[in-house]
Design a protein around this ligand. Sequence first.
Ligand SMILES: *[C@@H]1O[C@H](CO)[C@@H](O)[C@H](O)[C@H]1NC(C)=O
Ligand SMILES: *[C@@H]1O[C@H](CO)[C@@H](O)[C@H](O)[C@H]1NC(C)=O
Ligand SMILES: *[C@@H]1O[C@H](CO)[C@@H](O)[C@H](O)[C@H]1NC(C)=O
Ligand SMILES: *[C@@H]1O[C@H](CO)[C@@H](O)[C@H](O)[C@H]1NC(C)=O
Length: 201
Amino acid sequence: MFIVCSLVVILSYLKNCHASYCEMEDTLFSVGNYTCPDNYTMVSRVKGYYCLRVIAGSENPIESETSCQLENSTLASFETTDEVNLALELSLIATNSASGYCWIGAVRQAACYGPATEFNAGCLPAAQNSFRWTDGFVTGIEAFSNFAPNRPDNYRSDQNCVGMVSSTISWGTAPGTLDDAPCNLTSGSCHVCGQPAQELN
Ligand SMILES: *[C@@H]1O[C@H](CO)[C@@H](O)[C@H](O)[C@H]1NC(C)=O
Ligand SMILES: *[C@@H]1O[C@H](CO)[C@@H](O)[C@H](O)[C@H]1NC(C)=O
Ligand SMILES: *[C@@H]1O[C@H](CO)[C@@H](O)[C@H](O)[C@H]1NC(C)=O
Ligand SMILES: *[C@@H]1O[C@H](CO)[C@@H](O)[C@H](O)[C@H]1NC(C)=O
């Protein structure tokens, strides 16, 4: 059993091996009794192991959530800046560096809708406090420090979803930064799905 499991772990690892992230520590599929589904990469969180996958496609954030749910995931949360960087690498591979947003599981808190001038104090600073992760499997708000400069800006007061910029987009926000965007915006190039790792019996 041990040999079979180890082989599965190694094969899974090699299957997802890519020159730029093969050497990174957190790309295993399985650790101890925990494992991720095919094509998911495992990261370690305060609450336990979590599995991430980037899927290419031009859906909007709402459609992306449905797409993730078809594989028992949700749009992914991020716990750390390292996880954002990992998702960026995975997104460049999945989309062949196509330009666009990669939708993630963060939404503006209802108390923070509308123009920034009307925000209550609890919404400021906006990058840290205006959003929440829709997936409860995350601790803290470190990854919100990845918002691009001058973001979130809630342009037209309609930007209640969040995309990670995958490759470049025309208005200049850098790859790997977060930007607030309308929830019905279809100019995505991918979405990040996530789920807690499964415990093997
Ligand atoms: C895996 O689960 C088995 C059975 O529950 C347990 O005996 C074993 O200690 C666990 N292994 C690890 C590494 O947690
Ligand atoms: C994993 O990715 C491979 C290569 O893209 C694909 O052929 C396979 O169907 C995927 N597996 C699942 C479960 O999505
Ligand atoms: C999702 O979960 C259900 C219920 O556990 C299971 O039957 C189904 O096979 C899962 N789908 C995928 C794609 O893993
Ligand atoms: C998105 O929603 C806004 C506000 O409801 C609407 O004005 C806009 O036309 C919609 N855009 C798309 C692409 O559906």
